[in-house]
Design a protein around this ligand. Sequence first.
Ligand SMILES: Nc1ncnc2c1ncn2[C@@H]1O[C@H](COP(=O)(O)OP(=O)(O)OP(=O)(O)O)[C@@H](O)[C@H]1O
Length: 268
Amino acid sequence: MESAQGRIWAKKKPEPEAGPLLLVEGLGKAWGARIGCADVGFDLYPGEVLGIVGESGSGKSTLLGCLAGHLAADTGRILYRGRDLRAMAEPERRHLARTEWAFVHQNPRDGLRMGVTAGANVGERLMAVGARHYGAIRATATDWLGRVEIDPARIDDRPRAFSGGMQQRLQIARNLVTGPRLVLMDEPTGGLDVSVQARLLDLLRELVREMGLAVILVTHDLAVARLLADRLMVMKDGRVIEAGLTDQVLDDPQAAYTQLLVSSVLQV
Ligand SMILES: Nc1ncnc2c1ncn2[C@@H]1O[C@H](COP(=O)(O)OP(=O)(O)OP(=O)(O)O)[C@@H](O)[C@H]1O
């Protein structure tokens, strides 16, 4: 997308759509005799943030991996804008992942190319969706570094010269620059100092709102879920045991397990 100024803009508000962006039904994956996740179902509308919480081993990563196509589910349907991802040919799915989806890893090293500059980390995503004009790509990368509060003067530095918080912000810029509709996030603030986490959460909240992103956010941190998520799904032993509006689930949990989770009796 090129504006009159020759810049590439990624601030894309999704046009209103009738149905959910994502509709998941009966999703399951076993690891041998062990349940990874089972019978998971939910919907997600444009602009909505769905938090997935639960203790370690409850199936959050397995579910996210199945949604992202990193893992092959055994059962169920994943309908993205009405099309079943599990029935989609791999090249088409990859194209979708590149153009409409994004994945923010807990460890920025998993989502960045550490051997190339910050500018190239952002710019190569634009090139992957067809941008070719070097000046426009660099201008957009510069804009995005500013948006994620990295000094644009550091555009030619490699990510390994950045702090953990800066690396995570760079990973976010790399993911959002192409204006995806759906972003999967796996513990995006995990492993960061509390003060760094707080600023990153503010930044994520602003970007999600401004870009109208739909987000699936896996976190074990209920404070993070409270800040970012509109709705919550609580998982235990691979199954969804409670779901609802975030405030409802956290302030008035129905399942005994959620009550324990909220009262922090459980170590999550
Ligand atoms: N690669 C694997 N091989 C075998 N079993 C696995 C594998 N990955 C996950 N599991 C099992 O699947 C179940 C769900 O694990 P999963 O990692 O999805 O939970 P989680 O909620 O993401 O945990 P955490 O918060 O610790 O990442 C667990 O019983 C786990 O032992």
